[in-house]
Design a protein around this ligand. Sequence first.
Ligand code: SAM
Length: 219
Amino acid sequence: MNAYSIARKRMVEKQLLARGISDPIVIKAMQLVPRHFFVEAGLQEQAYSDFPLPIGHKQTISQPFIVAFMTQALLLEGGERVLEIGTGSGYQAAVLAQIVRQVYTVERIAELARTARRALDKAGSYNVHIKVDDGTCGWEGQAPFDRIITTAGAPQVPLSLKSQLTPGGCLVIPVGDQGSQVLKRITRVGDERYDEESLLDCRFVPLIGKHGWAEGGTC
Ligand code: SAM
């Protein structure tokens, strides 16, 4: 075992299992993905620490616990097609790619998408497909999706995302103001009927786009 594998094992024990992450497929994925591939060279020593890290363009790679919590909240069984909004470093997509069949991920900042692609290839996550676009509109050409995960905070749940869910599918999304949000799970229970659950208080960078925040801050 090298130093990174040891740090990863400790991360899983101290930050995930100890705080109630219990889904074995999530634990296994978090144990496997080399998180240090997804941070810049100067921050690799901190890759398994208990906090988010900067990835440039005022964006972050989320704290390991949040990545695990959101992945668990998707109630995955394996075999799903998943849409992620907010590729960022590509780490969340790599974790999902260990579990599901295909991951489609949308990032609005082209340079982040390019860096994420390189890291995903290095990690062998070839079932991840990246598009540079406004993810608040979803990914029409690949819809519907069994699951959708949004890793940036939205002012409200975009109908454009809910409507790209398969029947019975769910969307996990932080919703609130720009300072703090509540992580919600929206399940499609009928053609135009959705159930909503509140899961966790959280703090994400803003989801910016047509059905999110305007660049300046108001929706
Ligand atoms: N999932 C990422 C990871 O594993 O590193 C973390 C994502 S970071 C907290 C949020 C990301 O959402 C940023 O990269 C940001 O540029 C992106 N973002 C914000 N609004 C977006 C939009 N409308 N469409 C696509 N990406 C968006």
